[in-house]
Design a protein around this ligand. Structure first.
Ligand code: ADP
Ligand code: 5GP
Length: 189
């Protein structure tokens, strides 16, 4: 489970990790936000209308949901449970509120917080991504420091300074967690 304030690079790290680790699947969230250039439906998110989101929520298909930066985001429970039943490792990307709820639901989960090297660099990355207007960028930066105050509750912290190094750290965490004796099964090599 990867958490970070917007723009810290969790989507980029997740894509890098998935490209090299066939034993992982990403379970996308449902969101009412519009796709950014390069984002694909059912790959990065399930992009839905507000009406569809509300009806999924009312049918109790979401194990948690939140309003983040003016859009609704939620976690469909079924794909996660099905993957875990098949013994596949699942990667999730949530904000701090979502992480808190999911920690209670999946206490065996591994919670990783991604930090930017500095607030100035975070500002540059959000600007460089070029997908939000000025008001949305300011909202993301205003929330970032508050979100970072939660980081002592996470199992791991990665500072995403150099992307290759941060990706290696993330892969190492996954490998280390798979090797933990309490997680190993008779089928492991
Ligand atoms: P998030 O998913 O946390 O909102 P993104 O993965 O969209 O963040 O990254 C925000 C921007 O920063 C993107 O333009 C991405 O290419 C860039 N980025 C991510 N990691 C790094 C890094 N280590 N160095 C420089 N730029 C990065
Ligand atoms: P973005 O719009 O930048 O992709 O995401 C905005 C924020 O919403 C990020 O912090 C992201 O982690 C969070 N988020 C994405 N999906 C979910 C979800 O299903 N639940 C919650 N609570 N937050 C989510």
């Amino acid at each position: 489970m990867i958490t970070a304030p917007s723009g810290c690079g969790k989507g980029t790290l997740r894509r890098n990790l998935l490209a090299t680790d066939p034993g992982l699947i990403f379970c996308p969230s449902v969101t009412t936000r519009s796709p950014r250039p390069g984002e694909a439906d059912a790959v990065d998110y399930f992009f839905v209308s507000r009406e569809e989101f509300v009806s999924m929520r009312d049918r109790q298909e979401l194990v948690e949901w939140a309003s983040v930066y003016g859009n609704l985001y939620g976690t469909p429970g079924k794909p996660i449970e099905e993957a875990l039943e098949r013994g596949v490792d699942v990667i999730l990307e949530k904000d701090v509120q979502g992480a808190r709820t999911l920690r209670a639901l999946f206490p065996e989960g591994v919670f990783i917080f991604v930090l930017p090297p500095s607030m100035d660099e975070l500002r540059r990355r959000i600007l460089g991504r070029g997908t939000e207007n000025e008001e949305e960028r300011r909202r993301r930066l205003d929330c970032a420091e508050m979100e970072m105050s939660d980081l002592s509750t996470y199992d791991y912290v990665i500072i995403n300074s150099d992307l290759d190094r941060a990706t290696e750290r993330l892969s190492a965490i996954v490998a280390g967690e798979r090797a933990r004796s309490k997680r190993r099964t008779a089928n492991d090599d």
